[in-house]
Design a protein around this ligand. Structure first.
Ligand code: AMP
Ligand code: MG
Length: 393
């Protein structure tokens, strides 16, 4: 049996670029950028007034010690000024205006006393350049402001708008199939018998995928029947990502590995030193896509997604690995299996507390958690205070 690290490197080696597509800036949220974005001009594009107040020549204030000035003009954001100030003259200026070069300081309105066309400044110190955002101080024309492989959220979409990009190149979405299997599994919304289980895994997967804007193009629930399974696989042979849930363990009705091999899907590994999630199956479709066979237990399914499928998707999109934190465990934890153990935890104060679990079939344990922590395969018992790796759901 291979380790989680070995399994992950096999999975990541199968990552593929799904191609690029141009979308409108209005559709860009959550997408992954497929081009570098440069500032098309300086930002700020002019010496921007950062306060409402009065613009003056600092030399008048600092060297000539003038405190009362004549207001020669009003300048609003979006406007331009026409007059040249002489000694002791100033400009009434509003935030966001393009400050003429000749003025090199702004005194905010709160520090002034205005009488008609005269203003007196009630301050003793003045710094050249104060309250003026210099042209290009934030970003210079041509500067790289967004790099490919960045996910676009509010700050990034804002930067696209600043750079004048009404359309942008992003990574295309993969074609995804999710196939739940099991004679005991029934769809949500259908009458259910005491010995049956509702299909929750396809919903968990749909929700996880949705975090990346991904939709499931082919979604089915199939009995443990080789013929029906074969038929389903035939229908998704050209997909980029196929996810099975259930049917990969050692039971008499766990047909997935055999049926996948019959259909020409190349097995790359079966079983990983992971708890929960040991029966994971992974292979490659003849057309280049990949197939994950996840164990059916809800917790195993969710852990396998976080540990293997999400990193695969991120790699395909050129994204770096998801954020992990090192957080201290709040209680002792025994090591009881030579496997990487992933356990749901809640963040509490400055540390994390494992939630109580009965087993990987639990449906409530992940609900009560913020994410998963890892007790690595070769680690010993953990004591309260020990840092552990934590990933958010
Ligand atoms: P399997 O991996 O097929 O042996 O299934 C392991 C356990 O997961 C069984 O108790 C199944 O009833 C349960 N299970 C399988 N598929 C699903 C599903 N789609 N949603 C919720 N539970 C499932
Ligand atoms: Mg089953």
């Amino acid at each position: 049996m291979i380790s989680v690290q070995e399994a992950l490197s096999i999975i990541l080696s199968q990552s593929r670029n799904f191609g690029n597509t141009a979308v409108s800036i209005n559709e860009a949220n959550g997408r992954v950028l497929a081009e570098d974005i440069h500032a098309d001009r300086d930002y700020p594009p002019f010496h921007r007034a950062a306060m409402d107040g009065f613009a003056l020549r600092s030399i008048d204030f600092l060297e000539k010690s003038i405190r009362t000035y004549e207001i020669i003009e009003d300048l609003f954001a979006g406007g331009t000024s026409t007059l040249q100030p002489k000694e002791g003259q100033c400009l009434r200026i509003m935030t966001g205006s393009a400050t003429p070069e000749v003025y090199d300081a702004i005194i905010r309105i709160e520090d002034c006393q205005v009488e008609g066309q005269q203003v007196t400044f009630n301050i003793s110190a003045l710094k050249k350049g104060q309250n003026i955002a210099r042209q290009g101080e934030d970003a210079q024309a041509g500067a790289l402001i967004l790099t490919k492989g960045t996910r676009l959220f509010a700050p990034e979409v804002s930067a696209l708008a600043v750079a004048g990009r009404s359309t942008v190149l992003v990574h295309q979405f993969p074609k995804i199939a999710v196939i739940s299997t099991g004679d005991e599994v029934v769809p949500v919304g259908q009458d259910i018998q005491p010995h049956q289980i509702r299909d929750s895994n396809s919903y968990a997967l749909a929700s996880f995928l949705h975090q990346y804007g991904l939709e499931i193009a082919y979604r089915k629930l199939i009995r443990d029947d080789k013929e029906l399974l074969r038929h389903a696989i035939q229908e998704v042979l050209t997909y980029d990502l196929v996810i099975f849930s259930g049917g990969v363990s050692m039971g008499e009705a766990d047909f997935i590995p055999g049926v996948l091999a019959d259909c020409g899907v190349q097995p790359l590994f079966h079983k990983v030193k992971l708890k929960p999630g040991k029966p994971l199956w992974f292979g490659k479709l003849p057309a280049g896509g990949v197939v994950f066979g996840l164990p059916g237990n809800p917790m195993s399914c969710q852990v396998c997604y976080k540990v293997f499928i999400e990193p695969f998707i991120r790699k395909c999109f050129g994204l770096s690995a998801a954020l992990t934190l090192q957080l201290p465990l709040l209680i002792d934890k025994k090591k009881n299996a030579k496997l990487d153990q992933y356990f749901p935890c809640i963040i509490e104060g400055k540390g994390i507390r494992p939630v109580v679990i009965n087993g990987s079939g639990d449906i409530t344990s992940t609900l009560r958690s913020h994410g998963l922590a890892v007790h690595p395969l070769d680690a010993l018992d953990l004591t309260a205070g020990d840092p552990v790796e934590f990933i958010f759901w």
